[in-house]
Structure formats: C-alpha cells, structure tokens
Ligand binder design. Sequence first.
Ligand code: ZN
Length: 64
Amino acid sequence: MTNKTMSGPVHLPDPTRPPAPTPGCDVCEALDRQRAQAEKAKNHRRATTCEMEIRRHPRHEGQQ
Ligand SMILES: [Zn+2]
C-alpha cells in the first residue's frame, strides 16, 4: 500500500488508517473533510467514525 500524504503530516497512532476516499465521490470527500476537521479538533472518536463511514460506503456507480 502506498501512503501518499498530500495534505500535510498527520500524527495518529491508528494503524488502520487512512481509508481512501473515492475520487469524485461527494460523500467520501465530505467525510474525508469532516475527518480532517475532527482530527484537527482532536476529536478522535469522530474522526474514526468518519473513517468507518468511508470504508463502508457502498459502490460508487455513476461517480466516475
Ligand atoms: Zn463514496
């Protein structure tokens, strides 16, 4: 797995992150943004919830 960091360094100990938001998916991108904000606010629980939502997001038909 490649781990490209485009939006700056993040320092969370969670080894299961980060989930990859599907490009072009508004939901995934919104969740990814929320996750980033939650991390900034040190709201780890919320960030984790956003990650789960991204992972569990169903197929992205018509988004690509
Ligand atoms: Zn999505």
